[in-house]
Design a protein around this ligand. Structure first.
Ligand code: SF4
Ligand code: SF4
Ligand code: SF4
Length: 278
């Protein structure tokens, strides 16, 4: 069980299946808390990102490990309190789409800021719950507007994005309030990039880990480019794919690519060495 299921699961199999974490009551409490503390209430206010800034890069360039560690700790603490994500599988994302209403499709701010993608080609981000009714308050964030989706439409969009190779994730906006159902990839996603490249955990691993059956793998390597977390590689000497399970985020994108059925997902909790690797 991850820390978040323990704190906010309330008996549900996963904390992101607990309807209370999407509730209007929580949205209201979090918003009022933010307002009374004078903090930025814009939904894009990403505490962890704000802490990292150029200082981390500078400390890295100078080899200042102490400073890097200090920034990492501050960024993670701020992120876990305000805005962080966790990887989920396609099946889990489809289940959430059936649970929460409304779901709005909007432009992805990571791709806009990291890659300069124009808004009209950039509808990969989904917002959930009562906060969606307030989107007009932040026109700069929701450039291109908001497209409300029925549950079936949301599931269709999520399935198409998974097929394209985008990872499904959930995001908090004032933890544990969950309001983001995102479709992300490396290096566009600032959260994947910060977590994988800098080791600053703004995106938590999911509840599964992938494993390969060497008897079934033919070494075609078509799964390798599906992995957004640098966990999946190809060994020319063995002529097969292999997974660094400590690096695997359990997204399942490789599973759906393998037509040999050689990759499967195992529950992290059932693997003693990985049960606490998040
Ligand atoms: S978390 Fe993913 S979908 Fe959301 S804004 Fe970032 S890359 Fe886009
Ligand atoms: S797609 Fe399947 S068969 Fe091909 S390398 Fe990956 S695991 Fe092996
Ligand atoms: S190895 Fe497979 S399940 Fe693990 S992170 Fe990579 S694509 Fe996702």
């Amino acid at each position: 069980m991850c820390d978040w299921c323990e704190k906010y699961g309330d008996g549900y199999e996963r904390w992101y299946f607990n309807p209370a974490n999407y509730a209007r009551r929580l949205y209201k409490i979090r918003r009022e808390e933010a307002e009374s503390s004078g903090a930025e209430t814009n939904p894009q206010a990403a505490g962890g990102m704000a802490v990292i800034g150029p200082d981390f890069q500078e400390a890295r360039d100078q080899g200042d490990l102490e400073k890097m560690q200090e920034i990492k700790q501050k960024a993670e603490a701020a992120s876990w309190l305000t805005h962080f994500g966790q990887v989920i599988t396609l099946e889990e994302a489809l289940k959430i789409a059936d649970m929460i209403y409304p779901i709005g499709l909007m432009t992805c701010s990571c791709r806009r800021s990291m890659q300069g993608y124009p808004s009209e080609e950039n509808f990969t981000c989904m917002g959930m719950g009562p906060g969606m009714y307030k989107w007009e308050r932040w026109p700069d964030t929701y450039r291109g507007g908001m497209h409300y989706l029925t549950p079936d439409e949301a599931k269709e969009v999520i399935t198409k994005m998974n097929k394209r190779g985008l990872v499904q994730t959930v995001f908090t906006f004032g933890t544990p309030y969950l309001a983001g159902l995102c479709n992300c990839d490396y290096p566009d996603c600032a959260f994947i990039r910060t977590t994988v490249d800098f080791g600053i955990k703004l995106l938590w691993k999911g509840h599964y880990v992938a494993k390969i059956d060497p008897e079934l793998c033919t070494g075609c390597a078509s799964c390798v480019s599906r992995c957004q977390f640098k966990a999946l590689n190809y060994s020319p000497s063995k002529n097969m794919a292999y997974i660094d399970q400590f690096q695997c985020f359990g997204c399942g994108l490789c599973v759906t690519e393998c037509d040999q059925g050689a990759i499967s997902l195992v529950e992290r909790a059932k693997l003693p060495a990985l049960a606490n690797v998040w």
